[in-house]
Design a binder for this molecule. Structure first.
Ligand code: GCB
Length: 592
């Protein structure tokens, strides 16, 4: 029995690289947001010497001339500042199109306390971050949309600490995403930075969710970090009368398993409970919702009942001001627009959005499709690229696994068929299932014509997914809007389909007849014809048209119309609703 428990622990408790701390809102934190000094370094001369060798005397040393003769060619204290969180592109005209390295520096004092550990936590930095404290390297992180942290307990001083981060957003062929995307490569420390204080041994992570298919059995695990790893842990949900005690093993892990009579989370009633994890040396509190999500044949079942996902795609483009969204207010604005549309579901494209988005979705009752930027043309055969994609997937699952709102993990968007791609994506799918056995797996796939009026979904990836995702642009890249009328959809799989993208561009306020490109009328007509077509697909169980708001893209230069914005938004970059918004809203109202 003991070996069995140990074995199942090994399977279920993921070994989280660098012990990513979760639920930072539920811990003692000190914000490092605000103005940071910044040096723009297009040639990376703060990192490499003139022989292009990494220098051990780079900008991370924050050196100052010790006498009037000493030569030092940089000075953080006299440099410009950039706001954190925030992308650099929208903070300075000279950085608008910049792709390269910027060095950030923040000084802070810290009163050290006995039996307390200290971590520096980054919500996200795009794309590659090298992090230094007081001239010494803490570590590095690759991936622009997931959090990371470093322990600094033994490195922090009482005064004059300097934290320096080299952020590099150069695109790379082997990276995730790769060279070609249809969104702005906003660089910088784009999400919050904070110090997290914990007890010497603390609850570093936990998963407390309904077991797949069950509506009353809560399973999961708790993990401690520190040197007092053998402890009694109590999981309490006072409002549901739950108080269950478990004992952690020598590695600090305990399985959680109990039954409870819970009011289930749903878009109509997004019930969240106060959940407490009490260890002997720490206590963490978090609001958690409980719901079940599964599929049966071509149905998606929420809490055992079939549901249609009335959705819309969203980019993490800040509403109204443009630039990378990062705040609770940004999240509330975007999700409120989605609600006004009649949505109960959003696809957070094409990378993990900031944590406020999923937290607010939890509170507002909006189901979430969360994805990683495995987009278009990844290097399928490169083991480092796979490692990177796996790590980004692991980091987002680690961060969001207790959010009832998140119902789908998606591993890819519009990736071209090949054996290497299938092997790569199967690996990601099994990794996701291992880390989180409770949610559905999907990907936005392509489809093809078997004859001029038949669209076929038979991507071999479909066999490994729970929900088929499919992007199509009938009426925009593929014919005129009325082409949709004569189309029939077929699928090789007995599985639910979410039409994960469709749509077309319109500049708000630009009018004409319904065959004139870029007008609100053309876009409106696409939605009208699409909706009649979608209604006829027997296995359709959700839609997330492209997209809620206009978003910046370097691939969209058309003057006077695009001006570097993808105009497929139902709402403009200034918050104005286009005609198609009301067409979709009408359909979603009918379906409620
Ligand atoms: C797509 C992509 C999305 C693009 C969109 C477009 O298929 O998935 O990232 O932005 O089309 O507007 O072309």
């Amino acid at each position: 029995m003991k070996t069995l428990i140990l074995l199942s622990l090994l399977v279920l408790v993921p070994c989280v690289r660098g012990q990513l701390i979760t639920n930072t809102e539920g811990r003692k934190t000190i914000s490092l947001n605000g103005q940071w000094q910044a040096i723009i370094d297009p040639y990376e001369s703060g990192y490499y010497n003139y022989r292009y060798q990494p220098s051990d005397n780079g900008y991370f040393k924050n050196a100052k001339p010790k006498n009037k003769s000493e030569l030092i060619e940089y000075d953080f204290d006299k440099s410009e500042t950039l706001k954190v969180p925030g992308d650099w592109n929208t903070q300075s005209d000279q950085l608008f199109f910049y792709e390269g390295t910027v060095w950030y520096k923040k000084s802070f004092d810290y009163q050290r306390k006995p039996n307390t550990r200290l971590f520096v936590y980054f919500g996200g930095a795009n794309y590659f971050a090298d992090v230094y404290l007081n001239g010494e390297k803490l570590g590095e992180h690759e991936g622009g949309f997931t959090p990371f942290n470093f322990e600094i307990t033994n490195r922090v001083k009482d005064t004059d600490n300097f934290l320096i981060v080299k952020v590099d957003n150069k695109r790379r062929r082997d990276a995730v995403p790769t060279l070609m995307t249809d969104w702005w490569n906003y660089g910088g420390i784009t999400r919050e930075v904070k110090l997290i204080e914990t007890p010497a041994t603390f609850v570093s992570d936990y998963m407390v969710q309904l077991q797949k298919g069950s509506r009353d059995r809560v399973t999961g695990w708790v993990k401690l970090s520190g040197d007092k790893l053998n402890q009694k842990i109590t999981v309490r949900i006072p409002e549901a009368g739950v108080s269950k005690t478990f004992t952690t093993d020598a590695s600090g892990s305990a399985m959680v398993d109990f039954t409870a009579n819970l009011k289930l989370w749903s878009p109509d009633d997004p019930k969240l409970y106060d959940v407490f994890i009490d260890a002997e040396t720490d206590q963490v509190r978090e609001q958690i919702g409980f719901r079940s999500i599964e599929t049966r044949g071509t149905d998606i079942l929420l809490n055992g009942r079939p549901i249609f996902l009335r959705g819309v795609c969203i980019h993490e483009e800040a509403p109204l001001r443009g630039g990378r969204g990062y705040s609770r207010e940004d999240a509330v604005t975007l999700l409120s627009w989605a609600k006004e549309l009649g949505a109960n579901f959003v696809r957070l494209a094409h990378y993990p959005h900031n944590e406020f988005m999923v937290r607010e979705a939890d509170r507002m009752g909006i189901m979430v499709w969360s994805e990683i930027p495995v987009y278009w043309t990844i290097q399928w055969e490169n083991p480092d690229t796979l490692k990177n994609a796996r790590n980004q997937l692991q980091e987002v699952i680690t961060r969001d696994k207790n959010r009832a709102a998140v119902v789908i993990w998606s591993v890819a968007n519009e990736t071209p068929l090949s054996d290497a791609r299938l092997t790569f994506l199967k690996d990601l799918i099994s990794h996701a299932r291992h880390l989180d056995p409770t949610r559905l797996l999907s990907a936005a796939m392509e489809r093809h014509y078997t004859n001029p009026t038949t669209q076929m979904i038979d991507d071999p990836l479909g066999e490994f997914l729970d929900v088929l995702g499919c992007n199509e642009y009938v009426g925009w890249y593929d014919g005129l809007p009325e082409k949709a009328d004569g189309l029939e959809w077929k699928s090789k799989y007995q599985k639910p389909l979410v039409m994960s993208e469709f749509g077309g561009d319109a500049l708000f306020g630009h009018h004409g007849d319904s065959l004139t490109r870029w007008t609100e009328e053309y876009q409106e007509s696409i939605y009208q014809h699409q909706i009649s077509m979608l209604k006829k697909i027997p296995f359709l169980r959700g839609t997330s048209p492209w997209i809620l708001t206009d978003f910046r893209s370097p691939r969209r230069p058309l003057p006077g119309i695009q001006d570097y914005w993808n105009r497929k938004g139902l709402i403009s970059d200034r918050g104005e609703k286009k005609k198609a918004f009301y067409v979709l809203q009408g359909w979603y109202q009918e379906m409620r």
